[in-house]
Design a protein around this ligand. Structure first.
Ligand SMILES: [Zn+2]
Length: 208
């Protein structure tokens, strides 16, 4: 029987401490993931990490320039946030991103009207809270997993419990699930993403 599908995704990079550790885990298990990067985190050094991720077959997507709550921004500022980061991704990887993760998963109609990318959320693990242990992070993901799921984790600087959680999450799922990029997740699920949905699962038909 064909394996179920899921996509590991990481927000709030790139950086030169946590992002390389995540890449090491992906290499260890021979899988790919998707990174939703913040434009203002790109510098000469972190850019090399993004390049390495892309070279490994990972997908690089847009998580805004400044990580602001975008429903509070004007249409013009929203477009500038997206264009900056998409432009940087194109410059570094040669490809413009197709997917966008709204900071704080905060969305409004102005954003849908001005951002020509598919909106992605995911099943989370509160992995930005230092008190949530690696084991708890893994448990939260494993409790929500299903076919077509996007797994939402953070490779922000210093977030080592999430790196450790990967050593629980990936082996627990690897027999039953194939880990693919977000693009592949939609492609292999046979789903054409629609505007007005913030996808956590490819099978989703309502906004959230
Ligand atoms: Zn974020």
């Amino acid at each position: 029987m064909a394996k179920k599908l899921c996509a590991l995704t990481f927000d709030d990079g790139p950086n030169t401490d946590t992002t390389p550790l995540v890449l090491e885990k992906l290499r260890k298990y021979d899988i790919t993931a998707t990174f939703f990067i913040v434009g203002n985190n790109i510098d000469e050094d972190s850019e090399q990490v993004v390049k390495k991720a892309a070279d490994m077959g990972c997908e690089i997507c847009n998580h805004s320039r400044t990580h602001s709550a975008m429903p509070e921004l004007s249409a013009e500022d929203i477009r500038a946030e997206i264009e900056f980061t998409s432009g940087e991704i194109k410059r570094i990887t040669g490809k413009r991103p197709k997917f966008f993760r709204p900071p704080y998963i905060a969305v409004n109609s102005t954003m849908y009207e001005n951002i020509d990318l598919t909106f992605i959320a995911g099943i989370g693990a509160e992995d930005w809270l230092p008190e949530v242990t690696a084991e708890e992070r893994a448990e939260k993901i494993l409790a929500q997993i299903k076919d077509g799921a996007v797994i939402l984790l953070h490779d922000m600087s210093g977030n080592t419990p999430t790196v450790e959680a990967l050593d629980i999450i990936i082996p627990a799922l690897k027999e039953e699930y194939e880990f693919v990029t977000v693009s592949k997740l939609f492609e292999l699920s046979g789903v054409t993403p629609k505007k007005g949905i913030v996808y956590s699962f490819t099978s989703q038909t309502t906004e959230y």
